[in-house]
Design a binder for this molecule. Structure first.
Ligand SMILES: *Cc1c(COP(=O)(O)O)cnc(C)c1O
Length: 441
C-alpha cells in the first residue's frame, strides 16, 4: 500500500502533484511519502499485536535522516550494520538503546563506539567476532549484550545476491555449531547473552521459507531461553514488496506474483509464524527494511532524448544506474509511469541513463505511454536500496531527496554540488596545483 496515485492525468504523492516537486527541486529526484512509511510500520506492528515484539528498521534500506526520524517518532528501533549507521541514527534522534548491530565485519573501533553508546545488542556472526567483542567488553569493564546469528541453511528462494540463509553465504553461524558457541559465550566476562538472531534473505515473496526457517530454529530458541536465559528471538527482515505492478499494489487482488503465486503480506507472515513463536515466551524482533520504505519512494527523471536505433526506441533519461543500481545489480524490475498521463499512444522502449555502461538500463522493450523530450517519468518502488546505493560514477552528483506529508513537502537532502564530488581530492604533492598551472599559462 502506498500514497502514489493518479488524480485525473497527474501523478500525486499524497496531496502533492509530483510535477510541482520536479519544477521546484529539479531531476533526478527521489520523492518519499511519509504517510506510506508510517502506514507500513503500523501495519506490521498491528500484525504482531498481542505478542511482545519490537520492530528494528533496517537502516541500510534507506538511511535518510528524515526517514529515520519518522520511524523514531513511531517508536521504532533500528538494525544497523556499521558505526556510521549508528551515528546516523543518533543524529536523527533515534535511541541507541533500541539498536541492534549486525554484519560480518565489525571493527574493534565500531564495537567500542557501539558499546559506549549503549546499544541493545550485537548480533554476532562468527566465533572470532565473539572473541573480539568479549575483549572490548573486558577492556571497557562492560558486559557487551550479544545474540548469535544462526544460519539455518534454508534457501529463501530469492535472487542469489540477496540470499543469506544458506551455507553458501558468508552470513551467520552454522546451526550445528550454535550450542557450543553459546556455552563458550556464557563463560566470557566481557559479554552477556541476550538473544538469538537469524535473517535468511531479502525480497522473499512467499511465507514458506520463513516458516521453514522459524520451525527449524524455534526449538533452539526455547532451549537457549531455558539454559542461558536469553530474552529475544529476532527473525530478521526480508518481507518482500510488490514491484509489479507497483501502482496497483494498494489493491489486495494484485498480491500475486507474476507467476500467479500469492504474494506475502505482513498479515500472512505473522499468521504463519505465530504458532511457532507464541509458545517461546520471548520478545520477537523484526528487522524489516524494504517492507517499510520500498514502496514509499519514487525516483523522478526527465526524458533528455528519444533515440531511434533500427527498430528500437531508447528513452534517454537524466537518472542513471549511479542513482538507482537495482536493475543493473539485481536484474530488478521497477514499474515506470509518466508524471503526466497525456497520450493514449504507447511505445515499446528501453529506458536508459547517460552513464557509459550497457547495463545502465532501467527497462528493456517495455510498453510505455509515449513521452517526449522534456517529459517526466517516475520509477516506482525506489524507496529501498535506491538512494543508499547511489554513487558518483561518471562524476554525477547525488540526486536531491524530498519528503512529502499531506500537502507539505520538504527538501530532505540537497542535490550534491558537483564540486563536492572532488572536494576531498587534490593533486599529488609533486604535481603542480591547478591554480598555479593556470597562472603560469
Ligand atoms: C538487510 C538486512 C535486513 C533487512 O532486509 P530487508 O529485506 O530490507 O527487510 C534485516 N536484517 C539484517 C541482518 C540484514 O542484513
Amino acid at each position: 500500500m502506498h500514497e502514489f496515485r493518479y488524480e485525473g492525468t497527474k501523478l500525486y504523492c499524497e496531496g502533492v502533484p509530483v510535477e510541482t516537486l520536479v519544477r521546484k527541486y529539479g531531476t533526478p529526484l527521489y520523492v518519499y511519502s511519509e504517510e506510506t512509511i508510517r502506514a507500513a510500520y503500523s501495519r506490521l506492528d498491528k500484525a504482531w499485536e498481542g505478542l511482545p515484539h519490537a520492530i528494528c528498521y533496517a537502516v541500510k534500506a534507506n538511511s535518510n535522516l528524515a526517514v529515520l526520524r519518522a520511524l523514531a517518532d513511531l517508536g521504532a528501533g533500528f538494525d544497523i550494520v556499521s558505526g556510521g549507521e549508528l551515528q546516523r541514527v543518533m543524529a536523527a534522534g533515534g535511541d541507541p538503546a533500541r539498536c541492534i548491530f549486525a554484519g560480518v565485519g565489525k571493527s574493534e573501533e565500531e564495537i567500542r563506539a557501539a558499546l559506549k553508546a549503549g546499544i541493545y545488542c550485537f548480533n554476532v556472526e562468527s566465533e572470532a567476532e565473539l572473541e573480539r567483542i568479549d575483549a572490548v567488553g573486558r577492556k571497557l569493564r562492560k558486559k557487551a549484550p550479544v545474540a548469535l546469528r544462526v544460519n539455518p541453511d534454508v534457501d529463501a528462494r530469492t535472487h542469489a545476491k540477496i540470499t543469506t540463509g544458506t551455507y553458501e553465504t558468508k552470513f551467520g553461524i552454522p546451526f550445528e555449531k550454535i550450542r557450543r558457541l553459546y556455552a563458550k559465550a556464557a563463560g566470557m566476562k566481557g559479554v552477556k547473552l541476550r538473544g538469538l538472531q537469524m535473517h535468511i534473505g531479502s525480497q522473499l515473496t512467499s511465507v514458506e521459507p520463513f516458516e521453514a526457517a522459524v520451525a527449524k530454529v524455534a526449538p533452539l530458541a526455547a532451549e537457549l531461553a531455558e539454559v542461558h536465559g536469553i530474552e529475544f528471538f529476532s527473525i530478521g527482515g526480508g518481507i518482500g514488496i510488490v514491484y509489479r505492478p507497483a501502482l496497483a499494489s494498494g489493491d489486495p487482488k494484485w498480491w500475486f506474483s507474476p507467476e500467479g503465486r500469492r504474494m506475502i503480506t505482513a498479515e500472512a507472515h505473522a499468521e504463519a509464524l505465530r504458532p511457532h513463536l507464541e509458545p517461546l515466551g520471548l520478545k520477537i524482533i523484526l528487522e524489516p527494511g524494504r517492507f517499510i520504505v520500498g514502496n514509499a519512494g519514487i525516483l523522478v527523471t526527465r526524458v533528455e532524448y528519444v533515440k531511434q536505433v533500427g527498430n528500437k526506441t531508447f528513452l534517454i533519461v537524466d537518472a542513471a544506474m549511479n542513482d538507482l543500481i537495482r536493475p543493473a545489480f539485481y536484474d530488478a524490475y521497477h514499474e515506470i509511469v509518466p508524471v503526466e498521463k497525456k497520450a493514449r499512444r504507447t511505445v515499446v522502449a528501453n529506458v536508459v541513463g547517460p552513464v557509459c555502461e550497457t547495463g545502465d538500463c532501467f527497462c528493456r522493450d517495455r510498453m510505455l505511454p509515449r513521452v517526449g523530450e522534456g517529459g517526466f517519468l517516475a520509477i516506482l518502488s525506489a524507496g529501498a536500496y535506491g538512494s543508499v546505493m547511489s554513487s558518483n560514477y561518471n562524476t554525477r552528483p547525488l540526486p536531491a531527496e524530498v519528503m512529502v506529508r499531506g500537502k507539505r513537502h520538504a527538501l530532505v537532502r540537497e542535490r550534491q554540488p558537483v564540486e563536492a564530488i572532488w572536494a576531498l581530492e587534490k593533486p599529488a604533492s609533486w604535481q603542480e596545483s591547478a591554480t598555479k598551472r593556470a597562472k603560469r599559462k
